[in-house]
Design a binder for this molecule. Structure first.
Ligand code: PLP
Length: 393
């Protein structure tokens, strides 16, 4: 009855869902306050006041046409604001012609992949990676090629990357700051990646796009900066959303911004606009395009996330977990005390701890904690983590 491919995909994508279902069972048995659910990247934080103010303004406005279709790429004035803001950050000239509003980063990634992929072309991702990438590539006839992780830094391994490029490589996806590690790829690393790509493009007489997925770009700590990919990669495409930076995950609003240096960039933007339409999104939600246009300079309380990161990182290192200190996003990716991360995550259930195995991100032996949750829950969970760690002492 159901497509065989989807049945197969359902079993591959079940980790976060399995944890979610497990959590519901545990909450029923022990009470929700006794369950420590670190499985979902669903921000607890409310949107900043700029968002609610803008929302009120537009909902109550007399402006006509607010709720009608617009250009499939989105409202020109909102795209212009985004182009200006990106130009201020990167120094690279952009106009509204470089920007397409999308249904979140997920919508944006699908629109880009639909626009560029021919059947069987390859999309390179660096483990650990956001598991949906492989489903998105597959949606549009592409094949995902996974570069194994460098677990010392969780930055891309250049040698392994070069080995992964073939004449069929069409795109590379980077995710900065990274889900699940919280690592920000440094500018030197990105420049080294760009050098490899340029060399391979010449060798294969091909175009390789670099798609930089940046929904956590505003959630960075300790003055770290996310390097601007538009000044590093000739064929750079930014994917961004307001799900995390403005706490609007349920409203499905984001954008694609393409580098002006891409050959035939106008044709690419036409393709993106067409695919936004024909994938059935038609256009990004109109009301929220306007809202984020007004609230572009606002962001959620990053200090509140930093407090969570510091608290968890300090306790985890004290308890003997090995992990890289996250520079951004709201995830921690420690090494499990067992090689079998799935068995480890099952063991954690004994203490009502819901974690996601690294296997789900192409990186076995590790597990992910999502700390975009209430601080009380984090504080109360430390005892459970201590008991779990004690089993392996
Ligand atoms: N990319 C990464 C790395 C994510 O973690 C997520 C969501 O968690 C997305 C994309 C999708 O975000 P959006 O809600 O903007 O579609």
């Amino acid at each position: 009855m159901i497509s065989e491919k989807i049945v197969n995909n359902l079993s591959r994508s079940s980790w976060i869902r399995a944890m979610f279902e497990e959590g519901a069972k545990l909450a029923q048995k022990y009470g929700a306050d006794k369950v420590y659910d670190f499985s979902l990247g669903n921000p607890y934080a409310e949107p900043p006041v700029e968002v609610t103010e803008a929302l009120k303004k537009y909902v109550l406005s007399e402006e006509k046409g607010l709720h009608r279709y617009m250009n499939n790429a989105g409202f020109p004035e909102v795209r212009e604001k985004i182009a200006k803001s990106l130009k201020n950050q990167s120094g690279v000239t952009l106009t509204q012609q470089n920007v397409v509003m999308t249904v979140g980063a997920a919508g944006g990634l699908n629109v880009v992949l639909k626009s560029i992929l021919n059947p069987e072309e390859e999309v390179i991702v660096f483990a650990p990676y956001f598991v949906e990438y492989s489903f998105y590539a597959d949606n549009h006839g592409g094949k995902t090629v996974v570069v194994p992780p460098d677990v010392t830094t969780f930055e891309p391994d250049l040698r392994a990357f070069e080995d992964a490029i073939t004449p069929k490589t069409k795109a590379v996806i980077i995710n900065n700051p990274n889900n699940p590690t919280g690592v920000i790829y440094r500018e030197e690393k990105l420049r080294a990646i760009a050098e490899v790509i340029e060399r391979k493009e010449k060798e294969y007489n091909a175009t390789i796009f670099v798609i930089s997925d940046e929904p956590y770009g505003e959630i960075v700590y300790d003055n770290f900066k996310v390097p601007s990919i538009l000044s590093i990669f000739k064929n750079g495409i930014i994917i961004n959303s307001f799900s995390k930076s403005l706490g609007l995950a349920g409203e499905r609003i984001g954008y694609i911004a393409v580098s002006s240096k891409i050959e035939k960039v106008d044709m690419l933007v036409d393709a993106l606009t067409f695919c936004n339409r024909t994938l059935g999104f038609v256009n990004a939600p109109g009301l929220f395009q306007k809202v984020v246009g007004d609230a572009l300079e606002a962001k959620v309380d990053v200090e509140a996330y930093k407090k969570r990161r510091d608290f968890l990182y300090d306790h985890f290192t004290r308890l003997g977990f090995e992990c890289v200190k996250p520079q951004g996003a709201f995830y921690l990716f420690p090494k499990a005390f067992m090689e079998d991360d799935i068995a480890f995550v099952k063991r954690a259930l004994k203490y009502n701890l819901l974690l996601v195995p690294g296997t789900g991100f192409g990186c076995p032996g590790y597990f992910r904690i999502s700390y975009c949750v209430k601080f009380d829950m984090i504080e109360n969970s430390i005892d459970a983590f201590a008991k779990l760690a004690a089993e392996f002492k």
